[in-house]
Design a binder for this molecule. Structure first.
Ligand SMILES: *[C@@H]1O[C@H](CO)[C@@H](O)[C@H](O)[C@H]1NC(C)=O
Ligand SMILES: *[C@@H]1O[C@H](CO)[C@@H](O)[C@H](O)[C@H]1NC(C)=O
Ligand SMILES: *[C@@H]1O[C@H](CO)[C@@H](O)[C@H](O)[C@H]1NC(C)=O
Ligand SMILES: *[C@@H]1O[C@H](CO)[C@@H](O)[C@H](O)[C@H]1NC(C)=O
Ligand SMILES: *[C@@H]1O[C@H](CO)[C@@H](O)[C@H](O)[C@H]1NC(C)=O
Length: 613
């Protein structure tokens, strides 16, 4: 009776003001980054919810990219069946154990359509049972400390006046706010979000596009056949993805306009910033002027000024930035400075610099590896989200970073397997790497996959294992090979000579051995050419045309020698029959025979590594 009255009361109160809801983890946004986090939280059995303002997952792709074509590759064939290896060339799938959730089943196109990604994301959410609350737009995110328990919670409001609470907040809302600089005359511009994408609307028009990223070139490419000409303006020189090895730079699939510029077919690209720009209405058309802000004078003083022709349309295509409007100002969420100003200011653990327990996942977590690696794209942040989840598991749930213990004489085989199939450190090169902790005076190795390299000094703290002496495996490009304007096709670009391995330019495995973990000071004083501080011993495996490091004398032998030096152990392998005859003829047998056949530890691990997604 009483309980019924209570229920009626609760319902009544609920009509006026719904009760506060609490989860351990709230993820804001059900885009690719949010769904990837959702899967890991679901799999770990955590109390969590994803809050999504729209009615579908990955709703950004309902509208963008405007011309439908993604620039993430969908390479369905590699000649290999190994799923881990194949993820190296699949840039659209999220991680899961369900083989039907591979993007190759959703599109045959090498550059797929955005609607296909929408289908994929919807299935990913449903099939994996990820808990998403749609139609929930959060705002006013703030933090509160309970005076009794001294515990902090995040609070946020939804559009219906509910208050939602959580202990750990992960914001995966991506980059959703267009970058729209204000300058004199900017009101005359159109923007990428709403501009017409019908080429007929550009017949005989002169067009200026402000921006020089992929969205700008995507638009230029689709209209340049209809226009008088397309001019493009950007603040820095054109950065070609093939020269910088950064997938966010201009990709070959979008760069046809560079041809028509260099072949003098009227299209052109120019360097300038919007700070120096103003647009003046001249009849129906627009005139661009460059102004020296300090002197306050127009720079169009010469009568041959490059952009003296008038434009019919000026379109802003400067990409998107993180929207920090969902936070209460008391949290003081800061953006990164400089080139990364589109991103929130976070550490290498993806936690906001000044707000404990608040993390960023997905596209907005790209700040720390902006223009270095792939963390701004699905094929990168699916791995950084996994790394983040592993750190959260230790920090909040007491579950250490997954690791396996292997015998030192199995280390070589384990490494060969990893460098030839591991996808996480291949996509997130220079940012994630495998760590091998040396135990029992070099007899045993504890192996951890895909650890954030920049947290090496805090390894014990983030993983929950205590470490001292380690070998770190990284994939990296040659230090001075990549960059805008670098000639990456020069005739001596590659080497095949094992003794010249340290001069390898293309992506190749590098090993760093530290007798002691580097200190925070060493980590912060490395130069921009260094991925990790100077180790005690270092080894490069020579770059390989096929990215297949399995050649016995060029790849494996030098690596074995290196490991033998570092571990001070004989790492040769033997057949059981050879071990037996050596045991009968000699007082001692090699370490491999001892570890595998004589010590009682002799269970050979057929699969030394687990693959956990
Ligand atoms: C931030 O929180 C304060 C105190 O709760 C509130 O008065 C203010 O309206 C909030 N600001 C926003 C932008 O929601
Ligand atoms: C603080 O925590 C205590 C114990 O969990 C709880 O009873 C109390 O309602 C909390 N106070 C507030 C203001 O949330
Ligand atoms: C509450 O927690 C903060 C930080 O965790 C700590 O500095 C402070 O001393 C605690 N206060 C009490 C009353 O326990
Ligand atoms: C983009 O342009 C459209 C129409 O030209 C305008 O309605 C819209 O507000 C603009 N978007 C932004 C974010 O300013
Ligand atoms: C790369 O080039 C810079 C500047 O020219 C130089 O200082 C640096 O030593 C070079 N690094 C390597 C590894 O060659």
């Amino acid at each position: 009776m009483t309980s019924r009255v209570l229920m009626v009361l609760v319902t009544l109160v609920g009509c006026i003001q719904a009760a506060d809801k609490y989860w351990d983890y709230i993820v804001v946004g059900a885009g690719p980054g949010g769904l990837q986090m959702g899967h890991f939280l679901q799999k770990a059995g955590r109390n969590y919810v994803l809050l999504e303002r729209n009615s579908v997952a990955a709703s950004f792709f309902e509208k963008f990219p405007r011309h439908d074509q993604l620039i993430s590759i969908n390479k369905r064939h590699t000649g290999k069946k190994n799923t881990e290896f194949n993820l190296r060339h699949d840039w659209n799938s999220l991680l899961s154990d369900d083989k039907s959730l591979l993007f190759r089943h959703y599109s045959k196109l090498f550059f797929p359509q955005r609607v296909q990604l929408l289908d994929y994301m919807a299935d990913y959410q449903k099939k994996l049972g990820i808990n998403v609350q749609f139609h929930t737009e959060v705002s006013n995110i703030r933090k509160e400390t309970n005076a009794t328990t001294n515990k902090t919670v995040f609070l946020m409001d939804d559009q219906n006046g509910n208050t939602l609470k959580c202990k750990v907040l992960i914001v995966a809302s991506g980059l959703s706010k267009p970058v729209e600089p204000k300058f004199q005359g900017s009101e005359f511009t159109e923007n990428y979000s709403d501009v017409s994408i019908n080429p007929d609307d550009y017949e005989g028009k002169s067009v200026l596009i402000i921006g020089r990223g992929n969205s700008a070139f995507e638009l230029a490419e689709s209209i340049y056949g209809s226009t008088n000409f397309v001019h493009m303006i950007g603040r820095s020189r054109v950065r070609l993805s093939w020269a910088t090895h950064y997938v966010g730079d201009l990709r070959a699939v979008n760069n046809a306009l560079l041809d028509t510029y260099q072949l003098k077919s009227l299209d052109a690209v120019v360097e300038a910033t919007t700070d120096d720009m103003q647009l003046v209405k001249t009849g129906d058309r627009l005139k661009l002027e460059l102004v020296d802000q300090q002197a306050g004078v127009s720079e169009n003083i010469y009568d041959n000024f490059a952009m003296r022709d008038l434009y019919d349309k000026v379109i802003l295509c400067l990409g998107f930035q993180f929207d920090n409007g969902i936070f209460n100002s008391s949290l003081n969420i800061k953006k990164s400075k400089g080139r990364e100003d589109k991103f929130p200011l976070i550490g290498y653990d993806y936690q906001l610099r000044d707000v404990e327990d608040l993390y960023i996942a997905g596209g907005a977590s790209h700040g720390p590896d902006f223009r270095k690696s792939a963390g701004g794209f699905i094929h990168g942040f699916r791995y950084t989200a996994r790394a983040l989840h592993r750190m959260l598991e230790w920090k909040y749930e007491g579950v250490p970073w997954p690791s396996v213990s292997i015998l030192s004489t199995d280390l070589l085989a384990t490494i060969i397997k990893r460098i030839n199939e591991g996808s996480g450190f291949y996509q997130m090169f220079g940012m994630l790497g495998d760590v091998m902790a040396i135990r029992s005076a070099g007899e045993e190795i504890e192996y951890l996959e895909e650890v954030p390299l920049n947290l090496l000094d805090r390894l014990s703290e983030i993983t929950g294992h205590s470490y001292d002496e380690v070998i770190v495996l990284v994939l990296q490009y040659g230090a001075n090979f990549s960059g805008p304007g670098k000639d990456v096709f020069r005739i001596d670009r590659a080497t095949g000579e094992p003794s010249d391995a340290h001069n390898s330019n293309f992506l190749h495995p590098v090993f760093y051995h530290y007798k002691q973990l580097p200190t925070a000071e060493q980590m912060s004083s490395k130069t921009k050419y260094e991925i990790l501080p100077r180790p005690d011993h270092m080894h490069h495996i020579v770059e390989d045309f096929l990215t297949l490091w399995d050649a016995p004398s060029s790849h494996i032998l030098p690596l074995r020698r290196y490991l033998e030096t570092v571990l001070d152990r004989d790492l040769r392998t033997f057949y059981a029959s050879d071990c037996l005859s050596m045991a009968m003829l000699h007082q001692t047998v090699p370490l491999y025979c001892q570890q595998h056949y004589l010590s009682g530890r002799g269970i050979i691990r057929a699969e030394p590594l687990f693959q956990q997604s």
